[in-house]
Design a binder for this molecule. Sequence first.
Ligand code: GLP
Length: 245
Amino acid sequence: MLRKKPHAVLGLPTGSTPIPMYKELVRLHIKEGLDFSHAIFLNLDEYIGLPKTHSQSYYYYMQQYLFTQVNAKAKNIYIPSGIAKDIEKECAKYEDKIRQVGGIDLQVVGIGTNGHIGFCEPGVSLSIATHKATLAQRTRKDNARFFKGDVSQVPTHAISMGLGTVRKAKKIILMANGQKKSQAIYKMLIEPITTHMPASALRLHNNVTILLDKAAAQKLKKAVAPNIKTNRIHINALTALTVTL
Ligand code: GLP
């Protein structure tokens, strides 16, 4: 995308899943001169209450894995502030920013074990904009591993792009790996589209690619992959299964 469109607007995720993607982007920058200087970066989410300097803030993560490793320009990086005084205002400002830059060309997302996207947790509207999200208990438990296993240290709230925001992106890539994601992947693709499974909202979009490793694709492949209402399902060398919705 960046080679074709150097000014691309990229929506980026955090978590353990995208780390290899960032390593590859850094490698492409160093070895092949991939240029990030014109790209615009928008983060999917940020914990409320963590300053930029906190090692588990998503600002810190993005600096660590990408922005300090490539030639991204600080003026082109947008991450909601988790310590903004007025969180509602910060959310509205973020939506405005996305509009001002002309919308997101490519949004990359991961998925939580409960099917969340960003921090759009089960129950949230499939059209919601950037909002103050309340983290599900399961999410806080899952993410405790980043906070020395202490769930009480995991923030209770976050600013998250909404499913409506994500669905406005021109293209979406969802990445998932590991057996612990297989249930959510199965449900998001096979079961009815529902607010109980936020990721199922991506089926309302017409340009989504889902990249899965073998473990995450396990349930899907065994069960009813042929029944997915999708244009293409194919196996490629990089991933165990690619589903193009
Ligand atoms: C967090 C993030 C999500 C991410 C999810 C999965 O809760 N807010 O954007 O997709 O974790 O993380 P991991 O890739 O570490 O499993």
